[in-house]
Design a protein around this ligand. Sequence first.
Ligand code: AMP
Length: 368
Amino acid sequence: MKIAVINSGSSSIKFQLFDMNTELVLASVLVEKIGEFSSSTIFKHNEKKVVITSVIDNHHEGLKNIIILLSQNNIIKDFSSLDAIGHRVVHGGEEFKKSTLIDEYVINKIRELIPLAPLHNPANLEGITISRKKAPFVKQIAVFDTAFHSTMPKEAYLYALDYEMYEKHKIRRYGFHGTSHSYVLKETAKIFKKSVDELNIITLHLGNGASACAIQNGKSIDTSMGFTPLEGLIMGTRSGDVDPAIIIYMQRELGMGVDEVDNLLNKKSGLLGICGSNDVRSIIESDSEKSKLALNMMIRRIKKYIGSYMALLGRVDAIVFTGGIGENSQYIRDKVLDNHLAGSIKILVINTDEELEIARECIKVLEK
Ligand code: AMP
C-alpha cells in the first residue's frame, strides 16, 4: 500500500512516500523557498540524494517537480497510482476531532478556519487543492495538528475571559503538535508493552516550536500551546507565556502597531530575543551570559510545565522528550530533570515522525 504525505507550508513542501506494508519511506522530497530566487528541491531515494537549485515560482510548480522526480526515478508514474494522500492541516478548530476524508465540505471548513491560523491553513489548502487536481480519483485525507487535543476537558481549554469570547468567537485553547504528541504516545505504549489508555505521560516536543502535553489514560488533557502556537514554552523565536497586559502596554504606551507586536512575539522573541540566536546547539556552545540566561529561562519554563502536569496527572509513568532539542540534547534533558523526578517515572527519548503518523492516520480513515 502506497501512501504519500504532503506538508505544504507557506514557502515549502515536505513530501514523503511510504510503503505502508513495511512503513518504509520510498522517497522524500523537500522543496524550499518557493517564490524566492534561491528555491531548492532536495530529493532522497535509497542512498541517492539530489539537490536541484532552480527558481520555483509557486506550490503548483513544486508539486509538479516532485511528480517528475518520482517518475524519472521509476518510483511511481504519477499520483494516480497511490492508495491515498495525507495532508497535514494545522488548524482543525472545534470541527475536526479526527482525521477525515477530504471533500468540498471539508475544504470549505478548513477555509473557514483561516482566521484562526492565517499563516498555516491557506498553505495547507494550497497543497490539498493542487494535489486533488493532480490525482482526482485518489482519496485525500486531512490530518489535523489540533485533533489530538480535542479530548481536553472544558476547564482546560477555556480561557477565563467573558464567556461570549468562546461562544461567539471560538476563542479557546486548541493546542498544536498533536501529530507528534500522538506518535510518541503510541511509541511509548510499545516500549511499555501496554495499550495507550493505560498510560499517564508528559510529552515534551522541544524543537524550534515547542509544546508540552499532559496525557491521561492515552488522552490529551492539557497542553501548553493555546489559541495559537505562541503560548506556553519559550521557543526559538516565540515568547511563550507572557502577561497579556504587556501587549496592551506595547500598543498604548510604546505606540507599536498590531503587526509589529505580532512580529515581535512570534519572530523576534524566545531564545532569539534574549541571546540573538534560536539555534540551541550553538547557544549551548556559546559562553556568553545572555546565551546562558536564554537556556536557563527555557529550562525553567519547561520545569514549570512538568510540575503543573504532574499535579494534574497524579501518577506519571513517563516523561518523553522529542523534537530537535528533545531528541538530541542530553544537556537540556539533564538540566530539565536535574533536581526531581527520581523513582518510578521513566525518562524516554523518542524520535518523532509526524509524516509516518499522518500515513498511519490515512490507513485508519481508509479502513473505515
Ligand atoms: P526542530 O524544530 O525539531 O528541527 O528542532 C530544531 C532545534 O533543535 C534547533 O534549536 C537546533 O539547534 C536543535 N538541535 C538539533 N540538534 C541538536 C543537538 N545535537 N544539540 C542541541 N540542540 C540541537
